[in-house]
Design a protein around this ligand. Sequence first.
Ligand code: NOJ
Length: 749
Amino acid sequence: MKIIKYLRLPALLVVAFMINVFAVQNDLLVDPPKDKTIEQKIDSVLARMTLEEKIGQLTLFTSDWDVTGPTVRENYKADIKAGKVGAIFNAHTAAFNRELQRIAVEETRLGIPLLFGYDVIHGYKTIFPIPLGEAASWDLEAIEKSSRVAAVEASAAGLHWTYAPMVDIARDPRWGRICEGAGEDTYLGSVIAAARVKGFQGKDLAADNTLAACVKHYAAYGAAQAGRDYHTVDMSERVLREVYLPPFKAAKDAGVRTFMTSFNELDGVPATANGLLLTDILRKEWGFNGFVVTDYTSINEMVDHGSAANEKDAGEQAINAGVDMDMQGAVFYNYLAQSVKEGKVNVKTIDEAVRRILRIKFELGLFDDPYRYSDVERERRLVMSPEHQEIARDVSRKSIVLLKNERQALPLNKTIGTLAVVGPLADNKSELIGSWSAAGDYTKSVSLLEGIRAKIGPGTSLLHVKGCEVEGADKSGFEAALVAAAKADAVVLAIGEKAQMSGEAASRAFIDLPGVQQDLVKALAATGKPLIVVLMNGRPLAVPEVHDKASAILETWFLGTQAGHAIADVLFGDYNPSGKLPVTFPRNLGQVPIFYNMKNTGRPMDPNDKYTSKYLDSPNTPLYPFGYGLSYTTFKYGVPVLSKNSFKASEQITVTVPVTNTGTRGGEEVVQLYVRDLVGSVTRPVKELVDFRKVMLKAGEKKEVVFKLSADQLKFYDRQLKWVAEPGEFDVMVGGNSAEVQSVRITLK
Ligand code: NOJ
């Protein structure tokens, strides 16, 4: 391999440069760099760079391999050769990326290696459940493991950097991107964010099987008005800090190395030029010393937002607010040199951005070996390995939520006799891998029909009929479905959404089942045969009629490559479902936004009083609350016991809750701990999740689940936006979902 050219710098120049650079850093009050030798190496590179080469490092272009946005630059290879681009996304496979890297390392003046990014959101080629689904596992170990596998595969296939985790709190099911995050809750979202970062980045970023993670979309993107993608966001700083920012902070604390800005504006300022977010909070308060990339052309889009006169102005606003890298918009590429000449952007600002980007390249070990992540042999051996399939199957079944199980319709007997497998998604592979499925090859995914076929005993016969499509008005397939149902002992009906009905630019104005699927549910239910509905979807759906008609319902999201096996494991009782909803399922769209930790209002709902907070035509309660999910066994909760009823801020108390498996089979339960601050200097939600434990209980077994509780978990932003726990009374609630809890009162002195 070629020796990298920058290391030949005279020592004196290095020292002189370091003084300058450290002065800039002190101004920014960021975390001190972990590795001083890296900083020295960055100095020596920086000192040799022309302004154009520096701007090149701030430029990220897509390759023509994959498309995740509106424009593809055709001349990106020429740009690499000219040193005008420092990072490439949507390029993958070891061989393809090795060749691009060769151009950068061998054919540019300084030989600075490229950074390769990609949306490895829920797996590279072995696809795991969509993140919302995986969050339903409430299993942090499993979630970390799936990100680990994603990183192992992606890093063998030439990638260094993933645009994940997406940690946007989302409370509007119309918003298609709700499928990419961990749901509605800040605490759950935060611990999952940390688990995902740890999984992607591992313990050593320089290892050949780790990726730099990129937490996104910073910030508040999930609060787009009316759930319409890219729409305006407006919220108080209190809500921003309390609800939307903590998962980002958790990712930062877990060591995430990059942040991505969001498309939305916030309080009138696009996030991509938002100094409060990018400098005041991220750098100064949190001390983040990695780099910030824009989301796609979000700099250019500031012109349409109406906050920049033209692209050059937008670029100046973005870099001065704290953006380091311009994704795909070519604004830095086209205008930044001019902005420097005009004195609109200080070259020190550019140096600092370059420094942050080079830091990550050094941390990844790219300067030691630019090809270490492009290993054809490793790629062949690891990508889609049998071990990864096993892990995916396990995470997938943990993500399934049993929403209804009347008269123990589930699990099915493997020797049931005749089983009708119906529905547009029963024999489908292409939708199972969901949106943002990276290099996922849907032809390799296991359909539900295949999963069932592999599971049933020899004497069981299967009848398969599609019945209808996901969309459209055609009911001509109903008759065959009804004939099959009439012959069968039970019906499994796979319905829901197509993968591309959620994800980016995929908001829906209606959140019920598309097409005639609901009519098919009704028709099949009328046969009187046990009807098992398997839902596949990327958002909470409003399906009250399905709830009424079906004997059992499994929420299976889009489970990825191993979907069919995982669902069959649950259908036939080889795995006892343990998932819990990470997001509320409304009864109807009119209830949206609906989430468990709402405020009480001054007129809380009273069915006997007209003048209270409610609807004339719908209950306030959701179809399925946050944290809800059934099991094939039953769990009984005892009254929580406190180590002390009243405690000081310096103390910690314990909350002990006895949980008993009262059924006949072993199962896992997610025991959830909520608190409510009864009187605050600002109003507090009726309930907030502060901890949970997933416990395995054998049939008949009883365990005492012990939570520690301290004043830290009772904190919120007071009227002065100070993060405080106020003395007073709190309800401490424990239960198996947010709506069914047992409560005890404590006092913080
Ligand atoms: C736009 C999306 O909003 C973002 O999530 C993604 O990482 C980029 N495109 C790159 O594909």
